[in-house]
Structure formats: structure tokens, C-alpha cells
Design a protein around this ligand. Structure first.
Ligand SMILES: C[S@@+](CC[C@H](N)C(=O)[O-])C[C@H]1O[C@@H](n2cnc3c(N)ncnc32)[C@H](O)[C@@H]1O
Length: 351
């Protein structure tokens, strides 16, 4: 009888496949090497030892493979390991593997400490998935917006209205903005000739990334794949905007914060928004937050509307990412788009 393959190399190979599919052949190749290394008892094995008891699903939930490639990239970004830095700068996969294999022995404690920390990501191009929703809210309500982001990480998408977007034939935002993005826009363009005024903005995260701390900033960059330079350039520019604007992300649980901070106000559309966060809440919190949102919605009026805009996996198919909008007082819900998890594609389906 053949034995099941061990979960860790299986998870590494699956993540390798996902990286290739999401446009990072470099990490695809590196993670395949890591799987081989684990099977051969190389230095990957002790680094992944904290997850040795996990099945494949738990390894994915813990993002163990991403922690590993994040730890290598972080070492390159910090500059303490010139061989690693040079190999990453050249995007030379063989040289990165050689340097990483050496560093996993020589710098094991540092890498293990990096990997013990929960991954922290903030994807700027998710804003292009959400912006059509903000436009829709402004169009339908005709009101300025009060924007509340939960699970905002470093707060890079708190300033979504300060960025420039190209969405197929349409564009929105300041043409001179230092952060700009486009996407493979499919379907009709959104109505983009709408000036939007954000009159209030606030954000929370359970564990906000403090951008004034170089180590935390580097952690955020380390989780951006090195062979996607455009993503790295965009996040660096968004960090500058976020710091310059003095954006603050309050350290709070999404349910508590929403209860304390979010309520409709006359003369503005109040928007609660989030991206790629729902799955990180325990089921009990998901139920509590969903109920709280409905309760907030029930206090909305035509003069004080409330919108819930989110980019999250389709509840019926976790592999498909959707943008949904629910707008009160009517409570009308629509799927606006299906999207790539990093915003590389937006298939706009709203009528
Ligand atoms: C995958 S990151 C996404 C960050 C950001 N929304 C984005 O799309 O780039 C998930 C975020 O959810 C936050 N988070 C998880 N559970 C939370 C909770 N109960 N309350 C507040 N934030 C939470 C994490 O700290 C993390 O910053």
C-alpha cells in the first residue's frame, strides 16, 4: 500500500504552483527546491519544524510556505547578507537558492524568528477592485463619503482616493498621483466621471503594521514577491503617501471597533469596507460582525445611507474572489465583480 506524501513538501509544491499561477515563477521554482530540500533532510526541515504536526490545510492557513520565502526575501532587503541581496537584485534563482541554503544554516535563528511572526501583508492594487464600488456608492447616493476600513493592515488602502486608476477605457483619480495602477479590466467600464469627496476616514487592524518602524516596513515588503517589481514599486510609493498623510490604523478587533465607531450620519454615505480578511476571523466573530452590519444597515435612511463594500472569497466557492456591495436603507446586495486576489484582473459584472 502506498503511503500518503508528507504534508509539508505537498504544501510547498502546491504553493509553488499557486505562485506560478499568480505570476511569480521565481517563487514557484524556489518552493519546488524547498520541497526537495525538506525531503532530503536539508535546512528547510528544521525551519518548518514548528508546523511539522500540521496537515496541508493547516499549513496553508498558517501560510507556512509564504513565511519561508518571506524570510529569505527579508534577509535580502535588510542588506546584512550581501550574497542574498545580490542574488535577489539579479533575480537569479540558482544564486538565491545557494545563498538561501547557506543562510538557513548560518542565520537560522533570525529566519525562525521572522517566520514565527504572523505574516503581514497589505496589497495596494486591491484598491482598484474596490474603487468601482466607491464610485457606485457615490453615484447612487449623490453624497460625500465617510470611509471606515477594517483589517487595514498598514493602512495603505485608507488613501484609496489619493491614487490614480486606469480601468479599461475609464480612469479615475488625480493624474499626477504618485501611486497609480491599472489592471486587466474585463466587462463594461464603471461610471468614472464622478467626483468623490471623502469627508472622514478611519481604520483599524488587530495588529496594525507600524510604517515608522523600519523592521515592520521591511516585513511588509518581504511578503511582496521579488520578481514582481511593479508591485514592489507600488507598495513603496503607497507607504510614502500613507506616511505623508499621517494615516493612523487603530489597534482593535474589527467587531468591537465597528460597534464603537460606525453609524450612519445624515448628509454623507457611511462606508464600511474590507479586503481579504473575513477568513481570518473565527466563525463566532464572523456571525457577530455580519449581524452588527445588518443592525447598522437597519438604522440607515435615504439621507444617511450605509454601504458595506468588500473584496472577499465567494462564500460558495472559496477559490473565487468577489467584490460585493450591500447598500442600505434598501439592503440591496449585488456582486460587482470577480477579481484576481492581487487586483491584476477585474471582471466587472455589475449592471
Ligand atoms: C491578508 S491581510 C489583508 C490586509 C488588507 N486588508 C489588504 O487587503 O491588503 C488580513 C488582515 O486582517 C487582520 N485581521 C485579522 N483578524 C482581524 C480582526 N478580528 N480584527 C481586525 N483585524 C483583523 C490582520 O491583522 C491582517 O492585517
Amino acid at each position: 500500500m502506498s503511503e500518503d506524501p508528507p504534508p509539508i513538501p505537498t504544501a510547498l509544491r502546491m504553493q509553488a504552483h499557486a505562485c506560478r499561477r499568480l505570476g511569480s515563477p521565481l517563487n514557484g521554482a524556489l518552493l519546488d527546491r524547498a520541497a526537495e530540500d525538506w525531503l532530503a533532510g536539508g535546512p528547510v526541515k528544521p525551519l518548518l519544524a514548528p508546523w511539522a504536526h500540521c496537515g496541508v490545510r493547516a499549513l496553508f492557513d498558517a501560510a507556512a510556505s509564504l513565511r519561508l520565502i518571506g524570510a529569505w526575501h527579508e534577509l535580502a532587503l535588510c542588506g546584512d547578507d550581501p550574497a542574498m541581496a545580490q542574488a535577489y537584485a539579479a533575480l537569479d534563482e540558482a544564486a538565491i537558492w545557494t545563498a538561501a541554503r547557506h543562510a538557513m544554516v548560518a542565520d537560522r535563528a533570525r529566519m525562525a524568528a521572522f517566520m514565527a511572526h504572523e505574516p503581514q501583508t497589505n496589497e495596494v492594487r486591491r484598491a482598484i477592485c474596490l474603487v468601482g464600488g466607491f464610485l457606485e456608492i457615490a453615484k447612487v447616493t449623490g453624497l460625500p463619503l465617510r470611509c471606515f476600513e477594517i483589517a487595514a493592515s498598514a493602512g495603505l488602502n485608507v488613501s484609496w482616493d489619493r491614487y490614480r486608476y486606469r480601468m479599461g477605457e475609464a480612469a479615475w483619480g488625480d493624474p499626477a498621483a504618485s501611486v497609480s495602477m491599472d489592471t486587466d479590466w474585463q466587462g463594461p467600464p464603471p461610471t468614472a466621471e464622478i467626483p468623490i469627496k471623502v469627508i472622514e476616514r478611519a481604520a483599524c487592524d488587530r495588529r496594525p503594521t507600524d510604517l515608522t518602524d523600519p523592521a515592520q516596513r521591511r516585513r511588509l515588503l518581504a511578503y511582496v514577491w521579488a520578481d514582481q517589481p511593479e508591485r514592489l514599486a507600488r507598495i513603496r510609493a503607497a507607504i510614502d503617501v500613507t506616511l505623508a498623510q499621517g494615516v493612523t490604523v487603530e489597534a482593535a478587533d474589527a467587531v468591537d471597533w465597528t460597534r464603537a465607531r460606525v453609524a450612519p450620519v445624515a448628509g454623507a454615505a457611511t462606508v464600511l469596507y474590507h479586503s481579504v480578511f473575513w477568513q481570518y476571523m473565527p466563525a463566532q466573530s464572523q456571525t457577530a460582525l455580519a449581524q452588527l452590519i445588518v443592525d447598522i444597515g437597519s438604522s440607515a435612511t435615504r439621507d444617511a445611507p450605509f454601504a458595506w463594500l468588500r473584496m472577499e472569497p465567494d462564500p460558495q466557492n472559496m477559490l473565487e474572489m468577489q467584490v460585493r456591495l450591500t447598500l442600505w436603507p434598501t439592503g440591496t446586495e449585488q456582486v460587482l465583480a470577480t477579481v484576481h486576489p492581487h487586483g491584476a484582473m477585474v471582471n466587472w459584472t455589475a449592471t
